[in-house]
Design a protein. Structure first.
Length: 109
């Protein structure tokens, strides 16, 4: 069974670029997707993302926190234990292609 490929529209945040000992670039970030629910309250979903090499450097060079983006990649479930021994389940977007999203007419320059 193949991993699902998804496209996500949201705002990129917490961009962090670092270089691995082998010299390859690694960029981690979060993509925030929000919508109003039936009560008029905001529901937020945060997807962790990770990119490598040229894609990692592209994100660092051309995006800043809060920029709208469209990301397409594979969703990978991960499980780890926190300091208290509780299992934490997360979903990461890996091997994504990230591009610019159109800006709304109401956004500031």
């Amino acid at each position: 069974m193949a991993l699902p490929t998804v496209s996500i529209f949201g705002n990129i945040n917490k961009i962090e670029l670092k270089y691995l000992p082998n010299g390859k670039a690694l960029c981690s970030y979060k993509i925030e997707c929000s919508e109003k629910n039936a009560k008029g309250e905001w529901d937020n979903l945060y997807i962790d993302g990770v990119s490598f090499d040229k894609s990692a450097e592209f994100i660092q060079n051309y995006f800043k926190d809060g920029d709208a983006c469209i990301a397409t990649g594979k969703l990978i479930p991960e499980v780890y234990e926190n300091k208290e021994g509780k299992k934490i389940y997360t979903i990461k977007l890996k091997f994504p292609e990230i591009g610019f999203a159109p800006k709304s007419k109401n956004s500031s320059p």
